[in-house]
Write a protein that binds this ligand. Sequence first.
Ligand code: ADP
Ligand code: MG
Length: 723
Amino acid sequence: MALTPISGLPKLEQPVGVLKGVGPAKETALAKLGVERIGDLVRLWPRAYQNRGDTKTLLEVADRLRNGETGPFSTVLTMSSEPQTRYIRRGMVITKARAFDETGSAEITWFNQPYIAQRVHTGETYRFFGRFAWEYGRVQINSPITEAWREDLPLPAIVPVYPVTQGLKQRFLADLIAEAIRYAGDELTESLPTDALEEMRLPSYGFTVRAIHRPASVSEMETARQRLVFEELYFMFLSMALSGAASRQASGPLKLTDTDLSDFNAALPFTLTGAQARSIREIVADMAGERLMNRILTGDVGSGKTVVAAAAMYAAVKNGFRAVLMAPTEILAAQHAEDLTKLFGALGVKCALLTGSTKKKDRTAILDGLRDEGDIRIVVGTHALLTVDVLIDRLGLAVIDEQHRFGVHQRAALFEKAKNVHSLVMSATPIPRTLTLAAYGMIDVSKIDELPAGRQKIDTFIVNESYRERLNNFIRRQAAEGHQVYVVCPAVEESEKASDTDADEMADLPLVDAMPEENAPMKSAVQHADELAAALPELNVGFVHGKLKSSEKDRVMTEFAAGHLDVLVSTTVIEVGVNVPNATLMIVENAERFGLSQLHQLRGRVGRGTAKSYFILVSDTKNPDAQDRLRAVKSTTDGFEIAEYDLELRGPGDFFNETGAIRQHGQMNFRLAAACRDPHVIERASYYARRTAEEDPGMTSPANAPAARRLASFTWRTEKTQN
Ligand code: ADP
Ligand code: MG
C-alpha cells in the first residue's frame, strides 16, 4: 500500500513511501541509508558496478584461471543436471549442479541457497557471475549470481552495486530506483549551464541519472560519472561563491584598527606556542586588511585551535563588533561556551550559548543581548544559530569549528546570515575539498604545526581480537594510575549489522575497485558495554550513544569529564572536540568500520594532558583496503597527510561510502568531487560557478531555478550531521 503523494510537493520531494512496495519497514531501512525522499533515491549513487555482460566461454575462463586470474567472470551455460541439495550440518546447505557450453562443462555450487533447486532446471540456460576456480581439472563456480538467460530479453550488462544495509537487497534497490526515476523523470531538470556541458562534453542530468543507475556500457557509466563529478564541483564552488565567503569582497564593516592583544595573552593560563602566535598574527592581519578574511585554521587535534579563534573573536570585540562560533554538536558547543566564558570573564566580555535545547526564556534573553543595545559580545552555538530569528547586530567574525562535520550548505547558511563578515573555519582534518580550494586560492590557510609544550606523542597500535585479555589489563592499569579510558564502537544495537550479504549477493564483486563488504562480526556498543562492565567489575563503566536523549548524553559526558567514570563506552558521539585531558587511552573496536579522518579525530580525544597516551585500533579485518587505512592512521598524526591518504585510498573508484559500512548522513555530498584530481575539471567548474554567482548573485533568474533548488535541497540534512 503506497502513501498518497503530498499535494503541492514536487515529486522529488515526496517521501519514498509513495512508491509501490515501500511500506513502513522498507521506509525505515531506506532512512538508514539516508534515503527519505524520491530525490534521495534518485541520487543514491552506486558504490561500484559488476560487469556481468563480459561473458566468456568456459574454455577462456579455464585458460585465465590457469594463468592465475581470479575473476570475477561471467559465463552463459546450460544446465546438464538438476541441482542436488544436501544438508551438510546445521545451518549449512549445499546445492550442486553441472552446466556446459560449447567449449566445456563446469560444476556449480551454491551455499545456503536451497531455493535455487526450484529455480534452476536441466536444459535451461543461465548467466553465472562470480568467482570461479580451477579445481580437479575443471571449472568450479561457487555461489554465482544466477540469472535466467533469454535471447529475446537481454540481461543488463553492467549492474550497479548499492551501499546496502538493513535487509535491502541490491535487486530491490535497483528496481526501486528505476521506479523512482520513472515516477519523477520529468523533474530531472538540468541545473548546469549549457555551455559548461558543451565545453566539457558532459551529458544532461536526465541521461546521467539513468545511465549511472543502469549504464548500457562501461563508457556510458564513465561519462555519467564525469558529469556527476563536475556537477558536485560546480555546486561546491557555487555555494562558496554565493556565500560571499569566497568572493573576497573589498571590505566588510569590520576592519581592525586596534590590534593589540596583550591583555588577551595576559589572561591566558598558558603561553601560546609559536605556531599559535603566528596563526593569530595572520588572522589579525587579515581582519585589519582591505579584504574580508576567508581563512581555514588547521592543526592536529589538541594543537590548540580554540584559543586562536578566541583571540580572533577578542580582536573583533575589542573593535566594537560581535563574534559567533558555531560547533557541530551540542556537547562541543557547550564545552566551548564554558571555556570561553572562563577566559572572557576575566576580560570583561560577555559570552552566551545558544543551541536547540536552550530554554525559551533564556533564548529570548540571548537574542535581546545580541541586538544593538545588548551586552552579549560572543555567542557560541550549534546550527540553532542559523534559525531566522537569530539576528546578530554588528557581527564582525564568524568562526566554524570542526568544519568537516558541516555540509557546505550549512556553512553557506551561516555565511548567508553573516554576510560581509570575516570567516574563520577550524579543522583538524581538512576535507580534501579544502585542499582543492586552497590550491585555487579561494581560501587562506593557517597551520598550527606544533603541539603545546609538555605533550607527548600518542602511540598508536593495531591489534586483533587475540589481544582482548591484554587490552582489559591495560584498561585496568590506566585506571589504577588514575587515568580514564574511551572505548569506541561503531554501532549501537545488535541489529545494526552493517553488511547483509544475502544469498543472492554472495558473489557481489565490484568491477570498479570498491571495497569488499566486511563480513566480520561487528561488536555492538550495547553488547560491548555490558561485556566490559562484566570484565572490569571494579571499574565504573559509562555508556553514551547517539540514540540517547541529549540531556542523558550530557549527563554521562559530564560524569566522565568530572572523573567519576573510569571507562566511557561510546559510539562516535565523542568524536568531535571533547576535552578530557585525564583520558589517556582510547580503544576503537571494529576499527575497520571507521573512516580515516574519523579515526584521526577520535585519536585527538587522548593525549590532551601531559601523561603518555595510547590509541589502540582493534580489528580482525582481512580487507587490504581497511588494513591500509589503519596503517595510515598509525603512520602519521598530521591532518593534512591524513586527508591526502584519505583521497588516495578512497580513490575515484569508490563511490561515497568510505567504509562500506558506517554511513555518515549528510556527509555524502561532494564525495565524488573530493575524488577529482583533474585540475582542468576543477578549474572549469570553478570558472562556471563563479560566473553564475556573478551574473545572478541571488539565484533568481528562471534559468537558474533548478540550480537554486539543488542548492536548497541540501540544507534539510542539517539534523543528520550528528550521530
Ligand atoms: P584543538 O586544536 O583540537 O581544538 P583545543 O583548542 O581543544 O585543541 O586545545 C586542546 C587543549 O590544549 C585545551 O585543553 C587547551 O586549553 C590546551 N592548550 C591550548 N593551547 C595551549 C598552550 N599553548 N599551552 C598549553 N595548553 C594549551
Ligand atoms: Mg577543537
